[in-house]
Design a protein around this ligand. Structure first.
Ligand SMILES: [Zn+2]
Length: 402
């Protein structure tokens, strides 16, 4: 399985200039190739092959005065840029053929694009020095903050500059088997909700942590400040950078939270089940969708790859009955309930159900997981009391209500 490991990089002023040059050259080659293909397409000619483009747009172009500066960066970076364009075209055509979600045609890269990246493969002879620096051809030895260990030697590294002006080295690592976690028994159903980030079929409710909520609050404040600044003013530019930084903080904090929670759930459970978000999406408002979907799908894909990596089962439940309409105790479907109904009593069996936990239990059951179903109940259905107990105080029931 391929995993991506990203580390923050701190280039010196000179290295930043060299990286800017590499980003620029990669962009020019990409755009030249895109132009060559578009011209061929409009004239009905066969699309030029990547090998031919590599010869004309890199090797031969370097000999011309107009493109001589391409020689100042690693040729691998330029070849990888052509490869990226190849991939963009392939994805575009596969989308047209219905093999994958439809996407736009490749577009020209702009100098002002906020995210820039170049890739070095093994051919570029990049390396990690004995002193722990990242040595890149024609750029130098970059200082890296190694926040975790690489499981093996990667063959490829991308250097990325994000919209907040930060630099990252991103390694693709091939991980093999042999990292399976010891077997454990329970399985768990997860309901991704609006009130809580996730509700588990065992009755636990997980909220997003304070560090994430705080970062989100700061982002909102920065966005409000930006909207008050006059267009084209110097202050607006400053405010925009502030928003970009706050945004990057939120993205990092959210990713960190997703990693922590998904690792914990995969460690604790032999099987994990979630509802297919596409199915779930039908029941939600547009606002909620825009806010939550991106985060949810990132979280679900983490669960999926961690399950595969550690030998756990992962179930995605697609169903036509919304999980909130079915009683997890007796299985009777008693119709839709408005979102503000958080707790209701099943008309058939009398169980008092928490909406979110009930949904999580239904997800687990749909995946065929053996779960304790008492978690969903705020109060179990009323059973006729044995004669001897009639008239005495009822024993307090375990409750999952807050
Ligand atoms: Zn019921």
């Amino acid at each position: 399985m391929q995993l991506r490991y990203s580390f923050r990089v701190y280039p010196s002023a000179g290295q930043r200039t060299a990286l800017a040059r590499a980003f620029g050259c990669a962009r020019v080659v990409y755009n030249d190739a895109l132009r060559a293909r578009e011209i061929a397409r409009s004239e009905g000619l066969p699309l030029p092959k990547t090998g031919d483009l590599s010869r004309t747009l890199i090797t031969e172009a370097k000999q011309t005065p107009g493109r001589a500066w391409l020689d100042e960066v690693s040729a691998v970076v330029l070849q990888q840029s052509l490869r990226d364009l190849d991939t963009a075209y392939r994805n575009f055509f596969d989308g047209l053929k219905g093999k994958r979600p439809r996407m736009g045609a490749p577009r020209y890269k702009l100098r002002k694009d906020t995210r820039q990246a170049v890739r070095f493969t093994a051919n570029a002879r990049w390396l990690i020095t004995a002193g722990g620096k990242l040595r890149l051809p024609k750029i130098g030895d970059l200082k890296v903050k190694w926040s975790r260990a690489l499981p093996c030697v990667p063959s490829t590294v991308s250097v990325v500059k994000d919209s907040a002006g930060r630099y990252f080295a991103s390694f693709v690592v091939e991980t093999g088997p042999g990292e399976l976690l010891p077997q454990t028994t329970p399985g768990i159903g997860i309901d991704l909700g609006l009130g809580h980030f996730a509700v588990l079929s065992d009755g636990r409710k997980v909220d997003s942590p304070r560090f994430l909520r705080r970062a989100e609050k700061r982002l909102k404040k920065a966005q409000r400040a930006l909207s008050r600044k006059e267009k084209g003013s110097r202050n607006r530019n400053k405010a925009r950078l502030k928003v970009a930084r706050a945004h990057a903080k939120v993205t990092d904090a959210r990713g960190e939270f997703h990693h922590q929670l998904s690792t914990k759930l995969i460690r604790e459970n032999q099987a994990v089940a979630v509802e297919d978000l596409a199915v779930k999406g039908l029941a939600r408002t547009r606002l909620a969708k825009s806010v939550h979907d991106a985060g949810w799908s990132a979280f679900v894909s983490m669960l999926e790859y961690k399950a595969a990596r550690y030998g756990r089962a992962f179930h995605r439940i697609g169903r036509f009955e919304p999980t909130s309409q079915v009683c997890s105790q007796c299985g009777v479907k008693d119709g839709p309930k408005p979102l503000n109904v958080r707790v209701w009593t099943c008309q058939a069996c009398g169980a008092v159900l928490d909406r979110d936990i009930n949904a999580a239990v239904n997800v687990a059951k749909a995946a065929g997981l053996a779960v304790s179903t008492c978690g969903a109940q705020v109060r179990p259905g009323l059973l006729p009391a044995p004669r001897s107990e009639a008239g005495t105080h009822p024993t307090p029931q375990p409750s999952t209500a807050r």
